[in-house]
Design a protein around this ligand. Structure first.
Ligand SMILES: [Mg+2]
Length: 216
């Protein structure tokens, strides 16, 4: 049975819009969008007087429920996986305990077909055994034992050794190809590398059309 873990924040759920909305109201002289966040530590990209206080906004309910779905196709993709008989779970890390019920309420509304939800704290997603992890956080992939798919975001551009999906159509393509290769007896690491090189190849084609080559 194929088992797929799907991250919630910034993979399915647009956390940045409601989060940065609050920040931008408080720091109008130093407004940012998600495109300005170029590393995992968001406090580095906000107004200096805000710094780590950027994470204090996580105690507000609207930050966890007012965001949209990042890519609406993710609904049909995850439904199709379930129809194929795959085990699909949303796997999310809590930044505080009060956010748990808000996050799950959002999941209930948009992804009621995904019945399994795994809530973790700290960096423990890799403790879970699964075939695929789709996640925008490079640290969650670091020790994961299956096939990693990095959901493309400005803060993870430095992670060049993982298959990178720019949207949920690409996530789906990678999972379907990965499952085929698992059925052919390929190992997780080999499949992951193959998906990564294929991503680069597609990226090269796109860049070649713009006269730019992949340089790393
Ligand atoms: Mg995430």
């Amino acid at each position: 049975m194929t088992r797929i873990l799907v991250d919630l924040d910034n993979t399915l759920y647009d956390l940045c819009t409601p989060w940065l909305y609050r920040y931008n109201l408080d720091y109008p002289h130093h407004k940012i969008t998600y495109k300005d966040i170029l590393g995992w530590d968001t406090s580095q990209y906000v107004a200096p007087e805000c710094g780590k206080k950027i994470f204090d906004y996580f105690k507000y309910e609207d930050v966890w429920i007012n965001g949209d779905i990042l890519d609406p196709i993710s609904i049909d993709v995850t439904k199709s996986w379930i129809s194929f008989g795959y085990d699909v779970a949303i796997c999310t890390t809590l930044s505080n305990s009060i956010s748990a019920s808000w996050k799950l309420r959002w999941v209930d509304h948009y992804f009621p077909h995904i019945k399994e939800r795994i809530v973790v704290t700290g960096h423990t997603k890799h403790w879970i055994q699964a075939d695929f992890l789709i996640d925008d956080g490079p640290h969650n992939h670091k020790y994961f034992g299956g096939i990693s798919i990095l959901y493309d975001m400005p803060w993870n551009k430095d992670s060049i050794n993982l298959p990178r999906a720019a949207n949920w159509s690409e996530v789906n393509r990678m999972v379907i190809r990965g499952v085929e290769q698992l059925e052919n007896g390929m190992k997780y690491k080999d499949i992951q590398d193959k998906l990564m090189y294929e991503t680069r190849e597609l990226d090269n084609i796109a860049r070649a059309m713009e006269g730019i080559r992949w340089t790393k």
